[in-house]
Design a protein around this ligand. Structure first.
Ligand SMILES: C[S@@+](CC[C@H](N)C(=O)[O-])C[C@H]1O[C@@H](n2cnc3c(N)ncnc32)[C@H](O)[C@@H]1O
Length: 281
């Protein structure tokens, strides 16, 4: 198959996510849960069949294959995590998709030898950048003059849950956010993207706040409840090591949080999506 189709990607994701290493479950679950919204964003890009798109920080390669499926492009996925790239290559083999390939490496190690791509995308990668202007300088170096750069990331200022979770769980979430603001990711990076891209010499084309709201009866085993718990549990040893939490506080909070369900729950969140053009051409 030259380019995959979206239902083949869904079939693989549905069957494969539980078989992947446990530390990736939250990422795969999130990718599965947000696919409609992400695909609508990909659809909105102006790409021509055969163009080369670079997906920087591609993780398990789901979006790389979605781009190929939607636009008939060639896609090169880059990531520093070799075991996530093994997941991406598994998917690539299952889809027999020659137009998508993957390369291992840290984006800050070296600038690409030439601006080979027509378009670059980085989704949920900017939050890990210690210097956002440098991050954009590296993205820009991938694309030819007049090529475009699309970036999506979070801004937790828009995160609202009603009814509010029990105070023991709110304490856990705050400890997690404090931990993330260290080396594990800036949860307010979304609002900073436009400034940093312009500082790196990119021309701003479009900025969108992308809100998502959900109101439904949530059960204790609902994937979105599981996802929240899983994501923090994965980092629990580090949170305890840094003195931000105790094992006992975690156990109590998880019990309290699960006990609030089933309950009709409102959750709103938002990402920021920014599109730039590389000047020239
Ligand atoms: C939250 S995941 C997002 C994956 C994917 N873009 C998505 O939207 O599903 C962040 C990814 O960025 C990768 N990453 C973080 N810093 C990186 C760097 N400096 N160079 C290359 N990859 C990086 C991580 O290994 C991880 O796969």
């Amino acid at each position: 198959m030259a380019n995959p189709n979206l239902s083949a990607i869904d079939d693989w994701l549905n069957a494969a996510w539980t078989k992947m290493p446990k530390r990736y479950h939250w990422l795969l679950l999130q990718t599965l849960a947000t696919r409609e919204d992400r695909r609508a964003w990909i659809h909105s890009w102006r790409l021509a069949p055969g163009w080369l798109v670079v997906d920087v920080g591609c993780g398990p390669g789901i979006m790389a294959h979605e781009i190929a499926a939607i636009h008939g492009c060639r896609v090169l996925g880059l990531d520093r995590d070799a075991s996530l790239l093994a997941v991406a290559r598994d998917l690539n083999r299952a889809l027999a998709c020659a137009s998508v390939s993957f390369q291992h490496g840290d984006i800050y190690d070296a600038l690409p030898p030439s601006p080979v791509a027509d378009f670059a995308v980085a989704r949920f990668l900017a939050q890990y950048a210690s210097d956002l202007t440098l991050f954009f300088a590296h993205l820009k170096a991938w694309v030819r003059p007049s090529g475009e750069v699309a970036v999506e990331d979070v801004d937790d200022a828009y995160l609202v849950e009603y009814p509010q979770p029990p105070s023991s769980w709110q304490h856990i979430v705050q400890a997690f956010q404090q931990y993330q603001s260290g080396t594990q990711g800036d949860r307010t990076v979304g609002r900073k993207l436009a400034h940093a891209g312009v500082a790196a010499g990119l021309a701003l084309q479009d900025v969108q706040l992308n809100p998502r709201v959900m109101v439904r009866m949530l059960n204790p085993d609902d994937p979105s409840v599981e996802f929240d718990i899983m994501r923090i549990r994965e980092e629990l040893p580090n949170l305890i090591h840094e003195g931000l939490l105790t094992e006992a506080a975690w156990t109590q909070a998880e019990r309290d949080y699960r006990a609030t369900f089933p309950q009709l729950t409102y959750v709103s969140s938002a990402t920021v999506r920014v599109l730039f053009r590389r000047p020239g051409g």
